[in-house]
Design a protein around this ligand. Sequence first.
Ligand SMILES: NC(=O)C1=CN([C@@H]2O[C@H](COP(=O)(O)OP(=O)(O)OC[C@H]3O[C@@H](n4cnc5c(N)ncnc54)[C@H](OP(=O)(O)O)[C@@H]3O)[C@@H](O)[C@H]2O)C=CC1
Ligand SMILES: O=C(O)CCC(=O)C(=O)O
Length: 447
Amino acid sequence: MEAKIEAFMDEIKVRNGHEPEFIQAVQEVAETVIPYIAKNEIYNGKNILLRMVEPERLLSFRVAWVDDEGEIHVNRGYRVQMNSAIGPYKGGLRFHPSVNASILKFLAFEQVFKNSLTTLPMGGGKGGSDFDPKGKSDDEVMRFCHAFMTELCRHIGPNTDVPAGDIGVGAREIGFLFGMYKKLRNEFTGVLTGKGLSWGGSKIRPEATGYGTVYFAQSMLKTQNKDMSGKTVVVSGSGNVAQFASEKVLQLGGKVVTLSDSSGYIHDPEGIDMEKLEFVMDLKNNRRGRISEYAEKYPSAKYFKGEKPWNVSCDVALPCATQNELDGDAAKSLLENGCICVAEGANMPSTPEAVHAFHDAKILFAPGKASNAGGVATSGLEMSQNSLRISWTREEVDERLKAIMEDIHDSCIEYGKEEDGYCNYVKGANIAGFVKVADAMLAQGVI
Ligand SMILES: NC(=O)C1=CN([C@@H]2O[C@H](COP(=O)(O)OP(=O)(O)OC[C@H]3O[C@@H](n4cnc5c(N)ncnc54)[C@H](OP(=O)(O)O)[C@@H]3O)[C@@H](O)[C@H]2O)C=CC1
Ligand SMILES: O=C(O)CCC(=O)C(=O)O
């Protein structure tokens, strides 16, 4: 079996040799799905996985825009339309200077499995740009978003491809993108999710990724007759996912002791309560400041410049910032300090070495494609509400989100439980996500 996986990966490396993040994401899937294919006759000889790793379409385009001083800038825009076997392409847009084809292909590939797990009819895609919104005025961000959409609008639509937010793309950017789409196409449709509540957005969508991650962690803890109450929780990031994961932990009686950004982390041993979290939300969402300001405001906290929070002792860790932010050494440190549960809010935040360490220690570990699927699931609910032209209540959406996260947990258990009773959630998520997409691909023939 190892030789089979190696041969498959050799082929992937030849075609995508300069794309390390994409190769990393494919390797993780190949290790769990290829043995499953081998045992299941219907998938044999169909080259399904080889077809799944090749994007159906990869668009790259110039985005030219003018800054406040009248200077012209050029960025690169992308949309990776990875797989549409079970529904229109669906997945976020990322605006960050690190964005390139490798990062977007890894994200789009993971999105295919994640969207399949939600039980909703959504294919997988991802897009974005190397544009850096940091330090830009609202007018500059608006001009960039408008320029980006003048090209993207030709390739998306409510039944074709429905983008949303990701790193660097929040409510402000979705508004500018939606405005330009509506103007160019002269139609008011659910072409983007994460919209404002007065113009087609869904209640709970802003909260959904963070809340869903904690609901998933709660389901994992339940398998050991434990829950979030009284747990000390280390969170990384301080953006959308980190903020609402922290809020849900607090609501469930846990104690959040860290938050971070790309400059460093804060440790508040007294806990980040709701009032302190509201300060962070205003700092990050309105004033667009740095997390170091938290330690200036609250003397109970210390700021650690240039460091990550994984040395802080905790019961539960929620990496909610970015890919590969938690490496093998960080995993060792978490384990030594008593961590029993890791649920990824970010996409692929744990390196392969970290994942192996968690599995070897047999702690509860959930990969992002399962635990952070609440965001895209609620985007799917936003699409349903747009189609029906109705708006569900907060309670209704939250109940559906909870039910979807429980379903995903059940699927991971179904496909990931090992002989000794340990659940390998990575294996479970990969196989459960694969089966639905592969069956649809088989039914639709070689296209
Ligand atoms: N938004 C959503 O609905 C979903 C998001 N995700 C994933 O969750 C993660 C966070 O996204 P989201 O909260 O929406 O994004 P935001 O832009 O709101 O926040 C991102 C956070 O991560 C930090 N960060 C970004 N890049 C780095 C880096 N290279 N090193 C260290 N810290 C970094 C940012 O710090 P700084 O401000 O300094 O850049 C910020 O605190 C991403 O992996 C995303 O793909 C997954 C599912 C859905
Ligand atoms: O809501 C969406 O469509 C996208 C969410 C997303 O980008 C993700 O799940 O990583």
